[in-house]
Design a protein. Structure first.
Length: 402
């Protein structure tokens, strides 16, 4: 019954009333039989009915009251009350479909029934019984059709609500499953790695104290191992926190494996690897990237490796690519573009292995947004990583902070 709801859509009320009025005019011009045609009294009662229907198409109760009054006036004045009867019955239909309270519907139906029955006062019993049967058409039919439309709309609304509830339930179950998986990984990391790294750090610290006269060079190695192990424990705890609650630490959520000062040379190595695969790469790297924090520095390196690998794979050898990395007001502006020419070579070393999806996830963790798509001459991937102290970008659909 979905077509019923579309046919009687509340937004199309004016169009329905206009078609009804045009049908009424056609009935008066063509459908009224007899030599004289429609009388002046018929026109005098029909024209106000047409006007009231159009003027009150958004106020169904007022329309029913006025149409019923015109119908009551038509009964003693004219023999053919078809126009006013249809106008009142249609007004009851519109009221039934759109009334907010059921009581209003039944009051309107009772009013129209009372007006119809007023024409049966003083007539023979047989004629009165015929008039009672006519109520099935003039009152019961529009009432029944209107209730069918209301029920159809309500069922559609309930179906949409159930579908939305099912969608939310599936999303909740999916989030719970991912959270359980992250929790399991976090426990494994903590149990397997943290214990051993902590033991190594502790033993190095003991060695520093029990060997006070050790060669300074060995002492420097002990100090370096101790500092490196302590930093590894710190980063490991941060990664465990990310796996357990990624939203709680968004923007400070990556384990790094490169010193920030080494980032320019690491980017240069990534560019050299792409050139070895046959890609012509122009690199414009801001020296200020060496001052980035380790988290964003690692992200810039992985994005560059993945993007240049994609250039070699998809744009092919002899393609020309351009890498641009700059730091402006603490934000990292990163872009890789190519001209899309050449044939893809074999044996190109892999980058991050996650493609655009992995790049986008890495950027979103840091509060940025990755843009990837074709250009007039090739393909371009770019992003802006906000400063480390910036407020992370909320996830789509998440509420804005107060």
């Amino acid at each position: 019954m979905g077509w019923v709801g579309r046919l009687f859509d509340a937004r199309d009320t004016f169009a329905r009333i206009l078609l009804l009025d045009l049908s009424g005019v056609g009935y008066l011009v063509v459908g009224v039989h007899g030599p004289p045609g429609p009388t002046d009294t018929q026109w005098a009662l029909a024209v106000p009915a047409f006007a009231v229907a159009l003027a009150c198409h958004r106020r169904p109760l007022l329309n029913l009251l006025l149409q019923s009054a015109l119908l009551a006036a038509a009964f003693p004045l004219i023999d053919d009350v078809m126009i006013n009867q249809v106008g009142a019955s249609w007004a009851l239909l519109e009221l039934t479909m759109r009334a907010t309270r059921p009581r209003t519907i039944w009051v309107g139906a009772g009013l129209l029934a009372a007006v119809d029955l007023s024409d049966q006062i003083g007539v023979p019993v047989r004629t009165a019984l015929t008039g009672l049967f006519g109520l099935a058409v003039t009152v019961c039919l529009p009432l029944l059709l209107g209730l069918v439309v209301r029920t159809t709309r309500e069922l559609g609304r309930q179906a949409e609500e159930r579908a939305e509830a099912d969608r939310r339930r599936r999303e909740s179950e999916s989030r719970a499953a991912r959270a359980d998986e992250r929790g399991a990984i976090a426990r494994e990391l903590h149990d397997v790695l943290a214990h051993h790294v902590a033991s190594m750090v502790l033993r190095v610290g003991v060695a520093r104290h029990v060997l006070p006269d050790v060669d300074p060079r060995v002492g420097a190695v002990f100090d370096d191992v101790h500092a490196t192990g302590t930093a590894a424990l710190t980063d490991l705890r941060r990664l465990v926190a990310v796996l357990r609650d990624p939203d709680g630490v968004r923007g400070d959520a990556a384990l790094t494996a490169i010193e920030p000062a080494a980032l320019p040379s690491a980017l240069g190595a990534a560019v050299d690897r792409a050139r070895q695969a046959g890609v012509v790469v122009e690199a414009d790297v801001d020296p200020a990237v060496g001052t980035l924090d380790a988290v964003r520095g690692q992200a810039v390196l992985r994005l560059t490796q993945e993007a240049l690998t994609n250039v070699a794979k998809h744009a092919g050898a002899a393609a020309r690519a351009r890498l641009t990395v700059s730091v402006e007001d603490g934000a990292v502006h990163w872009t890789v573009s190519d001209d899309g020419r050449g044939a893809a070579p074999a044996g190109m070393p892999s980058g991050g292995g996650h493609g655009i999806v992995g790049m986008r996830e890495r950027v979103e963790v840091l509060g940025g947004r990755l843009e990837a798509g074709p250009t007039e001459s090739g393909w371009r991937v770019r992003t802006v990583l906000p400063p480390a102290h910036a407020t992370p970008r909320p996830r789509p659909g998440a509420p804005e902070p107060a």
